[in-house]
Design a protein around this ligand. Sequence first.
Ligand code: EPU
Length: 417
Amino acid sequence: MDKLVINGRKRLSGVVEISGAKNAALPIMAASLLAAGEHNIANIPKLRDVMTMGRLIANLGAGFHLEDSRAILDCTAIGNYEAPYDLVSTMRASVLILGPLLARLGKAKVSLPGGCAIGARPINLHLMGLEKMGAKIKLESGYVLAKAKRLKGAQIYFDTPTVTGTENIMMAAALAEGKTVIENAAREPEVVDLANALISMGAKIRGVGDSVVEVEGVNRLSPLDYNIIPDRIEAGTFMTIAGITGSDITIKKCRPDHLDALINKLQDSGIRFHKVRNGLRVVGPERPAAVSTKTMPYPGFPTDMQAQFMAMMCIAEGSSVISEKIFENRFMHVAELRRMGADIMIEGGTATIRGIDLLKGAPLMATDLRASASLIVAALAAEGTTTVHRIYHLDRGYEKIEEKLQRLGAEVRREKE
Ligand code: EPU
């Protein structure tokens, strides 16, 4: 197991290039199951979760390898239809193969993902949607068993917008008979990227990026040749790093239009943004101002940026209130930030943060992906040395984070436990 050792309070400067979006790469890799032939997906980030999805798909009989940042998947022969517990238990997004397998083979057996550090995270809406499309679903010994001769188009309403739920249904509907209408669909840029990838395969989808999405099923899809969007959460994390350290960072290969809610809040906090070719220059203030926010489905403030934003608020001038509205237990970083001296009070899903002058380095434990990122953000601004243990969580979502930080002048090193 690795840990990161960070000496904080350095002003950073220079250019950072953002990798492809993990949460777009995963569903788009799963979409390759919908068509026989060789798929080519570019701008794939080299991450643990991407490797897990590759192994999962290979386990079904497909070929999978990475060539630099390109994933090559040969989905000509899909013989197996099972996603086993040992793979699903390491990555919840494994559930994304349920829709494509059911559409392609008429059956799927996928281990039911358990809860995770940030909440219970049920998949009832995925299953409800597939049942509406005619699938027979049973839960047996911890597995979801789904069958359907051919899925049929249906009207599906989500009580709450679900990202992977919308993605699963879109993929299943692409090869179903007739029209599927998804109401209250998730509108995240990663959902849009998957829709665009499916369209490039020959799927008929209308309302991409809207809350009502219509998918007219087709009989066949062709292999992917697609380029993944940049990771908005990685870009957002570097924005908070510029904000908390008062640094001047140019973020290249990013899509600021995917980050309107975050950029708005960061501007209110005193961070300045300048458009540059293919990205943004981000200039942090001497000290950020306290700004309150609450997480919401896109285009609201992303839950995946809540922890990093909170880290920045720990040293802001004044008090801020941050409400987490998506996941019931996404404040795991708070106890660790408190160990650095942060003044945070939690009541239910709301945190009140009183900005202090300076965080102090401490040994910390990473608990989930974005919580880990928030500890890195805090450590970069803290006085003294911070050691972040269990960074395998971080490796699930951030490609070469320490190298990118080192290039900006940060004092960060990876060590074995
Ligand atoms: N929900 C249900 N039933 C369902 C599905 C979801 O009640 O069947 C609820 C969830 O409990 C939650 C809300 O709906 O309260 C939204 O969850 P959603 O389904 O949108 O989350 P997800 O699809 O499991 C994806 C990302 C997460 C990100 C969330 C929210 C992927 C692979 N994962 O998860 O990313 O936080 O959307 O934007 O796309 C991360 O990258 O660190 C991460 C956790």
